[in-house]
Design a protein around this ligand. Structure first.
Ligand code: NAD
Length: 285
């Protein structure tokens, strides 16, 4: 039997509706309108699309959007100056710096300059530490979306064997940490893992965050397992596809996420949610 599809698009729409409704009440109940600043350096077309989509989503939800586009030649000092300015701007409750940054800019320095109180991406070391401790303030958007998708199935995470393929700071590591906090037994696989297919086959939950089209094949998935595909890869014909060989794997898996229409829309919904939560926290102060 074919796997049940976890429809990220539909889940994200529901979530965005709830977020929008709450945002509409905030000027009246708390005297605030949440604001998000997106910073884009250079003219990478994929990054420009991501920023445009995030801005549109903010507008639809009633979040005040600011977009800052800087040329690829911008100096690190200029970028830092902008971030300091945004940190101090009371209309802004979330700051996101679209990655990757040009190679002459030190990404670590920039991410550390963002106030941890406005770090809606959850990339600041303070927020990474809070996440590792199990007491997060901002959970990174994509990993947060992954957990929401798993929860939407009604399947328990506690006690399950979870295998996360990929160990990046923005997806693999935080997803693994969230699964661990939810009492899964977690293994992280990477490019030097021995017998990765054998490890993946033991998993009740597989999260693929590699960046290689159709990397996860049906022989790597246990019958009935849940497969969450974070990957976004562009094929030669321009189509988007995930890290999972969807057509073959759906015949083995119990649950599976599609690409597009899976984790991607959830990431944007979680960004809106993190901005809303940030605004409410600041209003309390
Ligand atoms: P990354 O390049 O930073 O990390 C990829 C990871 O995959 C690395 O840890 C590496 O060890 C591992 N890897 C690479 N080759 C491997 C191999 N042969 N065997 C095992 N592991 C291997 O990428 P990332 O930022 O974590 O993103 C991963 C994918 O997820 C990309 O396709 C990216 O576009 C996508 N992504 C999607 C969203 C979303 O909203 N859906 C958000 C972020 C990233």
């Amino acid at each position: 039997m074919s796997a049940s599809i976890i429809d990220g698009k539909a889940l994200a729409l529901t979530l965005r509706d709830t977020i929008t409704q709450e945002i509409q009440t905030l000027p009246r109940t708390r005297g605030i309108t949440p604001g998000l600043a997106a910073v884009l350096v250079g003219d990478d077309p994929a990054s420009a699309v991501y920023v445009k989509n995030k801005k549109l989503a903010c507008e639809k939800a009633g979040i005040y959007p600011q977009e800052h586009r800087l040329p690829a030649s911008t100096t690190q000092e200029n970028l830092l100056r902008l971030i300091v300015q945004l940190n101090a701007d009371s209309r802004i409750h979330g700051i996101l710096v679209q990655l990757p940054l040009p190679s002459h800019i030190d990404t670590k320095v920039i991410l550390q300059a963002v106030s941890p109180e406005k770090d809606v991406d959850g990339f600041h070391p303070v927020n990474v530490g809070r996440l590792v401790e199990g007491d997060p303030v901002f959970v990174p958007c994509t990993p947060k979306g992954v957990i929401h998708m798993i929860d939407s199935t009604g399947e328990a995470i506690a006690g399950k064997r979870a295998v996360v393929i990929g160990r990046s700071n923005i997806v693999g590591k935080p997803v693994a940490m969230l699964l661990l906090h939810r009492h899964a037994t977690v293994t992280i696989c990477h490019s030097r893992t021995k017998d990765l297919p054998g490890v993946a086959r033991e998993a009740d939950i597989v999260v693929a965050a590699i960046g290689k089209a159709h990397f996860v094949t049906s022989d790597m998935v246990k019958k009935g397992a849940m497969v969450i595909d974070v990957g976004i890869n562009r094929l030669a014909d321009g189509k988007l596809t995930g890290d999972v060989d969807f057509d073959a794997v759906k015949e083995e898996a119990g649950w599976i996420t599609p690409v597009p229409g899976g984790v991607g829309p959830m990431t944007i919904a979680m960004l809106l949610q993190n901005t809303l939560e940030s605004a409410k926290r600041m209003a309390k102060k």
